[in-house]
Design a protein around this ligand. Structure first.
Ligand SMILES: NC(=O)CC[C@H](N)C(=O)O
Length: 398
């Protein structure tokens, strides 16, 4: 992968750090928010999780792609990341379900990847500085001896490299740095890109559930299907009337990309659904859904320094004291002090004490910041889906 014939590409971060690596996947440029995921496996679920829309994901585990890509494990119909950073991309996967390499998958979908860089160094930099904007540059980098003299795997600052570059190349890279720093990495467009354009139904014989799709992971739908639910999946901008006219017995608020405060119409919708009524519908939210619910209840959210992304985050269920190992992917969190007294913090992160779950004191409404559907990740928290079933069952009996 890193022999003389390798096509080079670069990672440029907003602090001016430049990594030289080997291009893999699609050969082209991409801009996005650079985040890291610490999962040792599950790279396909990471690639296809719509919550990563707009982000360039760094995998800290050093070998990615060893069991290939298979259609069955995808969380959506295509890779959703803007770009993908790995230490080593496995060129010859070995698994009976493998259909293609990560390289092939990314190339097929026009997504640039970069291999051969020290992803743990990228991670340390993000941990110190906070999540950064960045770009993978594999297009026009400038024909330049100063760039050529860098070995694949090198990490330098653009400032120290500049004097060694021709004025033409300097201008190209200054342009890239400006573009990296000027990019807007959040906004309502992210959810719009990944929500379903039209409502659809996944038939089932059990409870009727309206799923508000902000970029839902397939495994959440699989889990609800496994519980026999009849799913009516609605776009992110569905109105309360759209929801009630589907005659649901419960409402599920999905995960999704970006800043929850950018999904304003959904916050208004959830607020309307929370209004008192005789036939109140149980509500369950995961990740972005949890954040939207908190905003609707009057709480506030904030951006974490570098987020939680991985498959081994410890979370304490405060009712039982049990610690579960959880799968996570989020950059925002709930500001606990802003929560109204009608809400109880039900789960807490055992590493940094951030809010991981909420429960309404009197209504059948609850949510978690992490991913109980566990793809990738441990299945310690699947009981949360049973809670949703129990709430819908109690409502049916009432
Ligand atoms: N997985 C998610 O739903 C992520 C929620 C939100 N986009 C965040 O980063 O915090």
């Amino acid at each position: 992968m890193t022999n003389g014939k390798t096509a080079v590409a670069y990672l440029l971060l907003e602090d001016g750090t430049l990594y030289k690596g080997a291009s893999f996947g699609y050969r082209g440029d991409c801009f996005g928010e650079v985040v890291f995921n610490t999962g040792m496996t599950g790279y396909q679920e990471v690639l296809t999780d719509p919550s990563y829309c707009g982000q360039i994901v760094t995998m800290t585990y050093p070998l990615i792609g060893n069991y290939g890509i298979n259609t069955g494990d995808a969380e959506s119909t295509k890779p959703q990341v803007r770009g993908f950073l790995v230490r080593e991309a496995c060129a010859r996967p070995s698994h009976y379900r493998s259909e293609k390499t990560v390289e092939h998958y990314l190339a097929q979908h026009g997504i640039p990847g970069l291999a051969g860089i020290d992803t743990r160094s990228v991670t340390r930099r993000i941990r110190n500085y906070g999540t950064m904007r960045g770009a993978i540059i594999s297009g026009e980098a400038g024909a330049d001896a100063g760039l050529d003299s860098l070995r694949v795997g090198a990490c330098v600052t653009l400032a120290e490299l500049m004097p060694q570059l021709t004025s033409n190349t300097q201008a190209i890279w200054q342009g890239y740095l400006n573009a990296v720093r000027q990019q807007v990495v959040a906004g309502p467009h992210l959810v719009q890109q990944v929500t379903t354009p039209q409502a659809y139904v996944i038939p089932g014989d059990g409870r009727r559930v309206v799923v508000l799709d902000f970029g839902i992971k397939e495994n959440i739908l699989r889990m609800l299907k496994a519980l026999d639910c009849h799913l009516i999946v609605l776009p992110a901008d569905a109105s309360p009337e759209d929801i009630y006219s589907a005659q649901p017995e419960g409402i599920f608020l999905s995960n999704g990309p970006g800043d929850p405060k950018d999904v304003k119409s959904a916050v208004g919708t959830v607020q309307a659904l929370l209004a008192p009524r005789a036939d109140f519908l149980p509500m369950f939210g995961i990740c972005l859904g949890h954040q939207l619910l908190s905003l609707a209840l009057g709480g506030d959210t904030y951006k974490l320094k570098f987020g939680h992304r991985g498959a081994n985050h410890p979370v304490r269920d405060l009712a039982t004291g049990r610690v579960m190992i959880t799968s996570q992917n989020h950059g925002y969190a709930i500001r606990e002090a802003t929560l109204p007294p009608t809400v109880i913090v039900s789960h807490r992160n055992a590493n940094d004490d951030t809010v991981e779950g909420l429960r309404h004191v009197s209504l059948p409404v609850y949510s978690v910041q992490y991913h109980p559907e566990a793809a990738p990740g441990p299945e310690d928290s699947t009981y949360l889906f049973d809670t949703f079933m129990a709430h819908m069952g109690a409502r049916a009996k009432a």
